[in-house]
Design a protein around this ligand. Structure first.
Ligand SMILES: [Zn+2]
Length: 287
């Protein structure tokens, strides 16, 4: 294998490894594309272009939540706006580095470019990469002053790998919304329709526990140890966001006249009147 093919193989391998994202059972991931966010729930594997934008928030129910998740809508909004104002230059530098690398790979592929072009590209690469490292260190300290261990770890990661410095804003985003409840993040990033659907799933899973053990509790109790109290807190919070729980949890309609019953928890429809849900083991109810 020639050096050129080996280089392409390595670059392709790194790119592919960043593209495939595994979301564990009951896990939640907000995927961003430009300014639009979508929600992905596990278990599933997703394909996502990692550059230049990445992942803003991950929730894995099998990992204990650090403290009590916050539902403070004002705080999450302020934090998000402050973050965007602080990282706009870093975002442009990261995009610039991506363009320089893409330009270099293109020139190398077509075997063109004068020595001067390579010198300019190398100079731009080096200055962007170093600038990102310094700015990342400063912004991390400003945004998360108490988290020094991760500041050192992530800055080293940025300094050693251009693949990571291109994603420097994502490395900061991963931490930004960590203290917040998944529903608070949904309220911030999703459209009202998507957020309403997210609330519905979350509340149904709390109100109607599965009849058989699940691999991971899909919507765990994060705010209280009792299901009733958890639902009451969330119901109160949802109404403060201008939505009505009674409307969100309206009974489903059959998608086909031959469907006679459904599962209250996962809303799978069945063509029998009585029985149990294959997915979660709950007794079925008729429409
Ligand atoms: Zn079910």
């Amino acid at each position: 294998m020639s050096d050129f093919k080996l280089l392409l193989l390595i670059c392709g391998g790194i790119y592919a490894s960043e593209c495939f994202v595994w979301i564990p059972s009951g896990g939640v991931l907000f995927l961003s594309w430009a300014k639009r966010f979508t929600l992905a729930r596990g278990p599933s594997i997703r394909f996502k272009n990692p550059w230049p934008s990445g992942f803003s928030y991950r929730f894995n129910p099998s990992i204990p939540f650090p403290g009590t998740p916050s539902l403070n809508s004002h705080e999450i909004k302020t934090r998000w706006q402050n973050f965007q104002a602080n990282t706009s230059v870093l975002l442009w530098l990261s995009r610039g580095l991506l363009m320089v690398c893409a330009g270099a790979i293109f020139l190398y592929t077509i075997r063109r470019g004068f020595y001067q072009a390579w010198a300019v590209l190398f100079g731009a690469f080096l200055s962007l990469h170093i600038s990102i490292g310094i700015l990342f260190w400063n912004k991390f300290g400003k945004l998360f002053p108490a988290d020094k261990p991760r500041k050192i770890k992530k800055t080293i990661l940025c300094a050693l790998s251009p693949f990571q410095s291109m994603r420097s804003v994502d490395l900061l985003e991963e931490i930004l919304l960590e203290p917040f409840h998944p529903l608070a993040v949904g309220n911030l990033l999703l459209s009202e329709e998507d957020f309403s659907g997210f609330c519905r799933r979350w509340l149904l899973e709390i109100r109607y526990p599965a009849g058989v053990p699940q691999p991971a509790e899909t919507s765990p109790l994060l705010l209280s140890s009792s299901r009733g109290e958890e639902e009451r807190i969330l119901d109160h919070w949802i109404s403060k966001q201008g939505l009505k729980t009674s409307k969100i949890l309206a009974p489903p309609q059959p998608s086909h006249p031959s469907n006679l019953s459904f599962c209250r928890r996962c809303e799978t429809e069945y063509q029998i009147e009585k029985g149990r849900c294959h997915d979660c083991g709950r007794d079925l109810v008729t429409f």
